[in-house]
Design a protein around this ligand. Structure first.
Ligand code: GH3
Ligand code: MG
Ligand code: MG
Ligand code: MG
Length: 325
């Protein structure tokens, strides 16, 4: 049966990338209290989709749906004791199940209920008595659409994260900071909370590259990013602005606290040698840090970065491996 039906569906597939195999393991929940109809539906779907679960009340079905990752929910609108449309609206009101495809099973000609169901967010319907081939085709269409949307979303999330992170170190990049810092600062000003930034730059990094090569230079950049990320709170963020220059944003942090964080970061870098692939094995690395705090009316992201940059310049002038606030 699988070969025959997938062959038929293959004709409907414009891309040819989807066949019945892609529905293997699909998880389908059926809400139905008629054993006869349930058996028919389950048997039909099982041949194709693998995993069919059933429930005979809306409450049981909802509980199941909220604790599972379903690919399709089939809802009977001919239940004896309750209205399947309730499950329909419940599924649409929970974040976890908002996108799950819903296929209604209705009494032949019951267009009123169909209209209501579609309005509540059902995706399709089928009339009883159930025709197996029609059920298969409608179920497959919904599952295919759901999986396609999941792929789109995954691709979208991947490109989003690629656009906003630095590919060498995995921390955020300048583009992210440019988009994020102004908003963060605005919120800080509104809430009368300070926001601190640390701008830091690796000392004599050119010497690292010149002495050990670019590969080792890259290893140092990665380790610096990693030490910075490891020593911050979860809502602080690290970004590589370019070259060997980084910024740390510390929301809700005043000048004293920022200085403490900066000194901790600086010593975590300076006090432990960096393991590298060069023959020497380990090398010393230090950073200079400039601190600035914003959050007053009229503060801008550019102004904040500029002040941190001036402090960083002072730190370099003062002999490096130090923090200036
Ligand atoms: P200072 O203490 O004043 O900051 O001196 P510095 O040598 O760190 O500063 P300078 O700006 O003179 O040199 C920065 C070097 O960083 C030059 C460049 O080759 C190197 N660099 C920039 N981006 C990368 C990168 O992605 N990988 C590697 N390995 N090196 C990089
Ligand atoms: Mg420099
Ligand atoms: Mg440098
Ligand atoms: Mg630099």
């Amino acid at each position: 049966l699988r070969e025959t039906t997938s062959g038929q569906l293959g004709v409907l597939e414009p891309t040819g990338t989807l066949n019945s195999e892609s529905f293997e393991g699909a998880r389908v929940l059926v809400l139905e209290d008629s054993l006869l109809d349930l058996g028919r539906v389950a048997e039909t779907l099982k041949r194709d989709h693998g995993h069919v679960m059933s429930a005979d009340t809306c409450a049981a079905a909802l509980e199941r749906a909220l604790g599972d990752d379903l690919d399709l929910v089939v809802i009977s609108l001919t239940l004896m004791n309750e209205d399947g449309l309730r499950l329909c609206s419940q599924l649409r009101s929970h974040e976890r199940t908002r996108q799950v495809p819903i296929l209604l099973m209705v009494e032949e000609g019951d267009l009123n209920r169909v209209a209501k169901g579609l309005e509540l967010g059902a995706n399709d319907y089928i009339s009883k008595p159930i025709d197996r081939n029609e059920l298969l085709a409608r179920a497959r269409t919904q599952i295919r659409r759901k999986r396609y949307q999941e792929r789109l979303r995954a691709n979208y999330e991947q490109s989003l994260s690629m656009a906003l992170t630095d590919s060498l170190t995995g921390v955020f990049n300048r583009r992210y900071i440019n988009a994020h810092l102004p908003r963060l600062l605005e919120r800080a000003i509104d809430n009368h909370k300070p926001v601190a930034i640390l701008l830091f730059d690796i000392d004599h990094f050119k010497v690292v590259n010149d002495s050990y090569g670019h590969i080792v230079g890259d290893e140092v950049l990665k380790e610096v990013s990693s030490r910075a990320s490891r020593n911050l709170r979860t809502f602080d963020l690290v970004a590589r602005l370019g070259g060997e220059e980084f910024v740390v944003i510390l929301p809700d942090t005043d000048a004293d606290a920022a200085l403490t964080v900066a000194e901790r970061l600086r010593t975590r870098i300076a006090d432990t040698l960096f393991k590298v692939s060069a023959d020497v094995g380990e090398i010393p690395v230090t950073v200079s840090i400039g601190v600035a705090v914003g959050g007053r009316l009229g503060d801008t992201a550019e102004g904040l970065i500029r002040r941190a940059d001036e402090a960083l310049y002072e730190a370099k002038r003062a002999g490096r491996n130090c923090t200036v606030a």
